[in-house]
Design a protein around this ligand. Structure first.
Ligand SMILES: Cc1cc2nc3c(=O)[nH]c(=O)nc-3n(C[C@H](O)[C@H](O)[C@H](O)COP(=O)(O)OP(=O)(O)OC[C@H]3O[C@@H](n4cnc5c(N)ncnc54)[C@H](O)[C@@H]3O)c2cc1C
Length: 493
């Protein structure tokens, strides 16, 4: 049988495209390499019915127009905006006083604001680190004191957006080591080290991406993507790894690694950028245009891993009120390949969300720590059980409970980096380049169809305005479905 469209990948982008195209009367086959639907939407099931997302977890910009909100609503899935909860920041000697945290956050906010879309444009080889961490950076300069430092809002460090920095108060000296430690938490949402992020394009995306309020879909993101696909009329085949796509007289043929082949008039690939980078030139026949191949090779897939520890009881301080804990490094040297697991944790900026806090429904005695590039890369080389043991010891050392806490009863350490169907977390903002080869236009390039429109591309990596997010994947699914719908109509004529 020949289909109107074959969609490769049953993540957000593929599921949305499948639903849209079938709703317009087209026949669609979805081929998914994994044994499940959802892709980078994946929900961990813990003890006591805990469901915690280990891939995407938040509908960013929930009240600000994220299209995932409308989809969730239309499928009867509720999404919860977390109740505000305070965030604690730990320095080497324990929790920092509120005023000190406010001052540090204020400096970081000022520095971020001053390096947003810098003009005149810096050299493309300049990194965010070169400005943010320079000795004359606003990061290290106390800004004018607020009339009431006690009112400074640190509640925005809820698990919803643990790295968001909003504050207006500041006074006194700035501790440079602490300030840099806090600035390094930006590496979590960026997905890369400050040294690799382009200064020229710093903050470029924040002008268009969905931001403000964040909400978590009830039951987790994976179930929501499943509902999207179930509500479509597409045929879905799991465990089908596309291993070549050929243009033919009548359209396209997709071959899968189990020896099957499928025909269609058009195909939409939602294969993630990390995987596209690993494919041979022969995967697409005829080969993709050189310019597109260069964009695939030159754009960057970032790091973000999650470490979950579930305990029998919530033993950590203020478990019922604190939304997140930020641990600034106790050591000034950045961890290296030779560091022990303990040294990796000691030398990293870590943000940990507390799921025992009643900010979301169904609290669970679970701690979720976001790992940015440096700790993620190093820890994934270690035995996960040893990582968990060392992290538990780290938590006891930093949080100093008055009695001996229980051991974790369940854990999960994600590994998106070597997952053969993602090879990384998501695309990152534009990286530094010698002559300006890299720019946000790369993401437009990655979404341009080829083969007279018969081979299209969707996925978070193909959306210039919303790359790296669920919103990007969803918008790309709508975009490609709309384009292919028009093409199919033309082909019928
Ligand atoms: C740890 C983490 C946290 C995140 N947090 C958030 C968040 O809170 N909010 C947010 O908006 N975004 C978040 N994101 C980003 C978000 O998860 C992604 O942008 C989005 O899920 C990408 O959807 P997609 O459809 O483009 O790709 P995917 O979900 O990766 O779907 C692509 C599909 O293609 C399949 N595939 C790959 N190769 C083949 C092949 N050869 N043949 C057939 N199928 C193939 C894959 O198995 C996969 O199912 C996070 C991502 C990570 C990793």
């Amino acid at each position: 049988m020949s289909y109107d469209t074959i969609i490769l990948g049953a993540g957000w982008a593929g599921s949305v495209a499948a639903k849209e195209l079938t709703s317009k009367g087209h026949s669609v086959l979805v081929l998914e390499a994994r044994d499940r639907v959802g892709g980078r939407a994946k929900t961990w099931q813990g003890e006591g019915g805990a469901k915690i997302d280990v891939g995407c977890s938040w509908i960013h910009g929930y009240r600000e127009g994220n299209p995932a909100k409308k989809i969730a609503k239309s499928l009867g899935v509720e999404a919860h905006l977390p109740k505000p909860a305070e965030g604690l920041v730990y320095g080497p000697d324990g929790p920092l006083p509120k005023e000190k945290v406010a001052a540090l956050r204020s400096c970081l906010s000022a520095a971020q604001a001053s390096f947003k879309l810098p003009y005149p444009a810096p050299q493309p080889s300049a990194s965010l680190a070169s400005a943010l961490l320079s000795s004359d950076s606003p990061l290290f300069k106390p800004s004018s004191p607020s009339s009431d430092p006690a009112t400074t809002d640190v509640s925005s460090t809820s698990p919803a957006n643990p790295s968001e920095v909003t504050s207006s108060a500041s006074s006194g000296d700035v501790d440079k080591t602490l300030a840099e430690g806090l600035a390094r938490t930006l590496e979590i949402p960026l997905g890369l080290k400050l040294e690799k992020a382009s200064l020229k394009w710093a903050g470029w995306e924040t002008t268009t991406s969905f931001a403000g309020s964040d909400a978590a879909p009830e039951g987790g993101y994976e179930a929501l993507v499943n509902k999207v696909l179930e509500s479509s009329k597409a045929k879905v085949e799991l465990n089908k790894i596309a291993d070549s796509i050929k243009k033919t007289e009548s359209g396209v043929t997709v071959h899968t690694s189990d020896g099957s082949s499928y025909e269609a008039r058009t195909v939409i690939s939602t294969i993630p950028l990390g995987v596209l980078k690993t494919l041979s030139r022969e995967f697409f026949s005829p080969a993709l245009p050189e310019r597109l191949q260069e964009a695939i090779a030159g754009t960057h897939v970032g790091f973000l891993e999650k470490l979950l520890l579930q305990y029998p009881t919530a033993w950590w301080p203020n478990a019922s009120t604190i939304g997140s804990y930020t641990f600034l490094p106790t050591s000034s040297s950045q961890p290296t390949e030779n560091s022990s697991i303990e040294e990796i944790f000691d030398g990293s900026s870590l943000v940990m969300a507390n799921f025992a806090a009643p900010s979301l429904p169904n609290p669970s005695p679970t701690l979720l720590t976001y790992l940015s590039e440096t700790p993620a890369k190093l820890l994934l080389k270690q035995d996960p059980a040893e990582v968990v043991k060392a992290y538990h010891a780290f938590l006891v050392k930093r949080l100093k409970p008055s009695t001996t806490p229980p051991q974790p009863e369940k854990y999960n350490l994600t590994n998106w980096l070597t997952d053969e169907y993602s090879y990384g977390a998501t695309t990152t903002p534009s990286i530094v380049s010698q002559n300006g080869e890299r720019s946000p236009l790369d993401f437009k390039e990655l979404g341009r169809p080829v083969w007279e429109g018969k081979l299209g591309f969707a996925g978070e990596h193909t959306e210039m305005e919303h790359r790296g997010s669920v919103a990007g994947a969803v918008v790309s699914g709508f975009r490609e479905a709309d384009r292919v719908d028009r093409l199919l109509e033309l082909l019928k004529e």
